[in-house]
Design a protein around this ligand. Structure first.
Ligand SMILES: CC(C)(COP(=O)(O)OP(=O)(O)OC[C@H]1O[C@@H](n2cnc3c(N)ncnc32)[C@H](O)[C@@H]1OP(=O)(O)O)[C@@H](O)C(=O)NCCC(=O)NCCS
Length: 130
């Protein structure tokens, strides 16, 4: 990873921190927005990436549609800073909201947010948009 990539990651992590709230219940940050008059929130765990600027470790909807809202916020931050995002599209047990997805459905879900599967692995990357 080059110095420039490290800097971009740091900027995105800070912006994400500023756009989110402490999760009083566990790890991660609470992030979301109002969509169609409804507050939609998720817990997101974000860290430095290896093959991309930042890595999404976990996304948990805490209200219905929260995962999409949270990822929309994160993608907007990444786009603002020309950053790429990586993740492993492996379904987790559903929390207070959301559903237990199959791998295929989760991949489709992330694809709808601009992520592309890396070869035939679980890894997906959303390239930087300048
Ligand atoms: C994956 C996840 C974050 C998606 O979040 P989301 O913002 O709620 O998703 P969306 O609102 O875009 O909905 C995705 C689909 O799930 C359905 N859905 C969402 N919440 C639902 C609920 N509470 N009950 C039934 N269906 C639900 C939507 O109707 C939609 O169906 P479609 O694909 O047929 O249109 C969420 O389901 C979740 O927290 N899952 C458990 C944790 C997990 O696996 N995280 C991802 C890996 S880190």
């Amino acid at each position: 990873m080059t110095d420039t990539e490290t800097d971009v990651a740091e900027v995105v992590l800070r912006a994400f921190h500023a756009a989110s709230h402490e999760n009083p219940l566990a790890r991660g940050r609470l992030v979301g927005m109002r969509v169609d008059g409804v507050d939609r929130w998720a817990v997101v765990i974000l860290r430095h990436g290896l093959d991309a600027d930042v890595h999404v470790e976990e996304v948990w909807s805490v209200t219905r549609g929260g995962g999409r809202a949270a990822m929309t916020v994160l993608c907007a931050i990444a786009d603002t800073h020309g950053a790429s995002i990586e993740l492993d599209a492996i379904p987790l047990k559903a929390g207070p909201a959301g559903v237990q997805m199959t791998r295929k459905r989760l991949r489709r879900w992330y694809a709808s947010l601009g992520f592309r599967q890396v070869l035939s692995s679980d890894t997906m990357i959303r390239p930087a948009r300048q």
